[in-house]
Design a binder for this molecule. Structure first.
Ligand code: SF4
Length: 329
């Protein structure tokens, strides 16, 4: 198993969802049901889509400009974001995914849950998402404090994958951004959020910090204290987060390792050493909240594979049977 923060969140939400997303889903297996689980894994709710759009634009437009010591024009960035969103929305609405596989569609690939489940093809979804995305990008780009925080760093690592071990388990961490802080002699970790509610992200930041510390060639460049910043781009001044970073010292890192170890143990108890064919979905617990099921991409498969037994746990609105026919290449 390769453990990650997102895997752990899925596990905590619903163990069966973990089974579908991290064990069953496969685009390369010859088993059609596994391909189907993979297809469902790619579905996005409008809320997830808006977050992905913001991250994509920051990763591919804003940060490359910042690395080249150029602060991009907010309106130019917003219009690029709108153009990308238009292409993705049309791809989903027109069901282009039925004829164009993901590897060919590249950045335009998008399947939105309201389109796939047939609950809405309303343009309002697009307008609402664009509203949030534009606000988030403008908030970031018009902030003078964010500009001076991000510009002029000697090193940027944008969405790079890091691996390290906790016990015998491989851990994967993909921080949104890592920057070297020359003044302090340490690293700054940045996590972008597009969130209307606040949350606790100290464990997530701690895992990212562990990944820096475990990457010797990187950590040696600035072996001081690591600071983590969770920047909510829906704040009219996102730089508000800069005043109070998570400070990750050795003591914090030891407790993060202990917590991660416990979390990993709980999952390994069920899956360690067992191949896909040896796993049984009935061994994985249902979600505790039916609200989780209401938003679950694998709801139809969950009902089918559990011989109908979870129906009493699940909300009434199941996808129509015709929606169970999925496009596979
Ligand atoms: S439908 Fe509910 S119980 Fe089944 S996988 Fe989804 S969230 Fe879990």
């Amino acid at each position: 198993m390769v453990w990650s923060i997102s895997l752990d969140r899925t596990w905590s939400r619903c163990q069966k969802q973990y089974f579908f997303q991290y064990k069953m889903a496969s685009s390369t297996a010859s088993d059609e049901q596994r391909n189907r689980a993979q297809f469902l894994k790619e579905l996005m709710s409008p809320e997830l889509w808006q977050g992905k759009l913001v991250h994509k634009v920051i990763e591919t437009i804003i940060l490359p400009a910042v690395k080249s010591r150029f602060w991009p024009n907010p309106e130019m960035v917003v219009s690029e974001a709108v153009a990308l969103a238009e292409r993705q929305f049309a791809f989903s609405l027109n069901k282009t995914y039925e004829s164009v596989p993901k590897k060919e569609a590249k950045g335009d690939y998008c399947v939105l849950t309201p389109h796939f489940f047939g609950t809405s093809d309303d343009r309002e979804i697009f307008d609402e998402v664009i509203d949030v995305v534009s606000n988030a990008l403008r908030n970031l780009l018009i902030s003078e404090q964010m500009r001076s925080f991000l510009m002029g760093r000697p090193q940027y690592r944008i969405e790079k994958t890091h691996y390290f071990k906790v016990g015998n388990t491989q851990v994967q961490a993909i921080p949104d951004l890592i920057m070297l802080n020359k003044l302090r002699g340490g690293f700054d970790i940045i996590d972008w959020k597009v969130a209307t509610t606040s949350g606790h992200y100290d464990f997530q930041v701690g895992v990212y910090a562990l990944s820096i510390k475990a990457t010797d060639w990187l950590f040696e460049k600035a072996p001081g204290e690591i600071h983590g910043y969770v920047i909510n781009l829906l704040e009219s001044e996102p730089a508000i987060a800069l005043a109070d970073p998570y400070k990750v010292n050795d003591e914090v890192l030891s407790s993060i390792i202990d917590i991660a170890y416990e979390k990993i143990e709980r999952i390994e108890a069920l899956v360690k050493g067992r191949k896909w064919q040896e796993l049984n979905i009935d061994d994985f617990m249902f979600a505790r909240s039916i609200g989780t099921c209401a938003l679950c991409n694998w709801k139809s498969m969950c009902v089918e594979m559990s011989n109908g037994s979870p129906a009493k746990f699940l909300p009434d609105s199941q996808p129509r049977p015709t929606q169970l026919t999925l496009p596979f290449d």
